[in-house]
Design a protein. Structure first.
Lengths: 155, 105
């Protein structure tokens, strides 16, 4: 057997084009894995009674990629059987119902990839320098993740 | 921020900075970019400076940033730093980013 199939890979991309679930999940498929687990973050059309027209994302791109690499490294320490990890985040305008983030993880058995996907999105929300602006009919708002330890969510 | 004068003297050619100052790139994101009115600039600041002092230097240049002081942190050379008493040792060309509360995912 070709030994290069064994090499675990991280696929990290920040891009402004529409994200494809097929494309991201295909990246992590492996003949050694019986499970691919996926998280898709989609944009909602309402917040506290206001109509959300669209979302806009921006990023400190170089640091965001570095922080996502750290998350991948942490995943591999916690779940050594994880094979491939893909984290794709969209930047710029994201229309309602479209995906802003897709995370895919493969592992031989399902428990590890399911847990790793949850860890990945939770940690991304706490540590990756990406910002979301919600545009309403008359105003806009820079969102703050509750996971962000330097946000003052209750003021 | 400090203006650098040009000195003409004999001996070794003058360098653009002194041992005490560093020219750093400051990056602004999200709400901080809106308040500052720009995304990127160079500032010359003391090489040894606390994070809070560095913030105060930035607010001198962009007073509108004062309103978000309680909500921002820095990323210095892509490591997060709270606005406190930690002494930063800045090198010329270092990247310092103003990081409002994040909302990725």
């Amino acid at each position: 057997m070709d030994g290069s199939e064994d090499v675990p890979k991280d696929f990290i991309k920040l891009k402004s084009e529409k994200l494809s679930v097929d494309e991201v999940s295909e990246l992590v498929i492996s003949p050694y894995c019986g499970a691919v687990s996926l998280f898709i973050g989609t944009t909602r059309n309402n917040f506290e009674g206001k109509n959300v027209i669209r979302l806009e994302y921006e990023a400190y791109t170089s640091m965001a990629e570095t922080e996502i690499k750290k998350i991948c490294r942490d995943i591999r320490q916690k779940w050594p059987s994880v094979k491939h990890i893909a984290v794709y985040h969209r930047l710029g305008v994201v229309p309602i119902t479209e995906a802003s983030v897709i995370i895919a993880v493969s592992s031989p058995h399902r428990a590890e990839s399911l847990e790793a996907v949850m860890y990945c999105i939770n940690t991304l929300k706490a540590s990756v320098p990406i910002w979301k602006k919600e545009i309403y009919e008359d105003e806009y708002s820079w969102k703050e993740n509750k996971e962000c330890f330097w946000a003052n969510s209750e003021k | 921020a400090v203006q650098q004068g040009a000195l003409f003297r004999h001996g070794p050619a003058p360098t653009t900075g002194s041992a005490l100052l560093a020219q750093v790139s400051v990056l602004y994101f999200a709400r901080s970019a809106e308040l500052a009115g720009l995304r990127c600039e160079t500032l010359t600041v003391p090489r040894r400076i606390t994070a809070l002092q560095l913030w105060e230097e930035i607010v001198k240049v962009h007073p509108r940033l004062a309103v978000i002081q309680d909500q921002v942190i820095f990323a210095v050379r892509q490591e997060y730093v709270l606005l406190g008493d930690q002494v930063l040792v800045l090198q010329p060309g270092d990247e310092v980013a103003v990081i409002p509360p994040i909302s990725g995912g």
